[in-house]
Design a protein around this ligand. Structure first.
Ligand SMILES: Cc1cc2nc3c(=O)[nH]c(=O)nc-3n(C[C@H](O)[C@H](O)[C@H](O)COP(=O)(O)OP(=O)(O)OC[C@H]3O[C@@H](n4cnc5c(N)ncnc54)[C@H](O)[C@@H]3O)c2cc1C
Length: 284
């Protein structure tokens, strides 16, 4: 598999599940593009347990018949990133943004009046940074498509942007991401402070499974700017709570007291997000 983004990781899992011997070649020294060494380490260890060989820092220059990066192979999956398909739009005089995708207003209108664009060919606004971002996902494609269609048909709807929320299963492990990593926050001129905790999604007597939560906040404003969750079925619910907090610019001290549900078959009395928020507030 070439590329350790979310598609490469999913491809690796599927091939391994079907009994293939799998190697992932990744040009960068990290996984999922967040420059988050803890996330990369956790996923590397997890992949090792499934006997998937992760080769970081290996840029594949060519694929020969039956051979890739000096190793024999039967199948090559190229998952080295997505580029927006904008040729026709550009030829028609539609402006592209800095990301290379089509620039649109929050009504999904291009620079040509009455021409709307949506989905994987457009850039949107990152809700934390306020800057244009290219994040081609099915969630965004559906929402931008709806807004573009509504406006083209005469209604007035707007698409505010994305927090960068995604979830992927890597060999049974749920990996949820939203907002900015510490490195991304620093690059945006913020003063990031972070915390990581390990807990269980349910009490152990209800067969709770391990969950890891990392949160990133801005020291100056006290606001939550990102988070990562690794876990089982509870990953989606947890990352969605964090995404809601990031989107609404919630302060860590408020997150710490969020009234989250508890009952042993479903949750812990101290939800892992609350434990992480408490740890984060100590790190300020
Ligand atoms: C393997 C895989 C797994 C994914 N998993 C997830 C996931 O779990 N969660 C998530 O949020 N997103 C996921 N995505 C991303 C998601 O599928 C895309 O973001 C979404 O489909 C984009 O929708 P779209 O309508 O913009 O483009 P597409 O779904 O790509 O549709 C564009 C269509 O336009 C057609 N087309 C292109 N050019 C022309 C032309 N000149 N004339 C006529 N037709 C043309 C194409 O053939 C295509 O059918 C995944 C993508 C892949 C590939």
């Amino acid at each position: 598999v070439i590329g350790a983004g979310y598609m490469g990781l999913q491809a690796a899992e599927t091939l391994r599940t079907h009994g293939a011997s799998v190697t992932i070649f990744e040009a960068e020294h990290e996984i999922l593009g967040r420059r988050d060494p803890a996330l990369t380490d956790a996923l590397r260890r997890h992949l090792e347990r499934f006997h998937i060989d992760l080769q970081l820092g290996v840029r594949v220059e060519s694929v020969e018949p039956g051979m890739v990066a000096g190793r024999p192979c039967d199948i090559v999956i190229l998952a080295a990133g997505v580029q927006p398909n904008v040729e026709i739009a550009a030829e028609a005089g539609i402006e592209l943004g800095r990301t290379g995708a089509i620039r649109v207003s929050d009504r999904m209108e291009t620079n040509l009046s009455g021409i709307y664009a949506a989905g994987d060919c457009v850039e949107t606004t990152h809700l934390v940074t306020g800057r244009p971002v290219y994040m081609p996902l099915g969630t965004t494609a559906n929402k931008t498509g709806r807004v573009a269609g509504a406006n083209a048909a005469g209604r007035r709807e707007r698409f505010p942007g994305v927090a960068g929320t995604m979830i992927v299963r890597v060999c049974g492990l749920g990996v949820g991401i939203t907002g900015l990593s510490e490195w991304q926050a620093r690059k945006e001129g913020l003063d990031p402070v972070s915390a990581s905790i390990e807990s269980f999604d349910k009490p152990r007597y209800f067969f709770g499974e391990r969950v890891w939560v990392s949160l990133v906040a801005d020291r100056r404003s006290g606001r939550l700017v990102g988070g990562t969750v690794l876990g089982s079925q509870a990953t989606a619910g947890s990352i969605n709570v964090i995404a809601t907090a990031v989107t609404n610019r919630m302060r860590v001290e408020d997150l710490e007291h969020l009234d989250l549900a508890y009952s042993p078959p479903y949750a812990q009395v101290w939800d892992p997000i609350l434990i992480a928020a408490r740890q984060l507030s100590k790190n300020f």
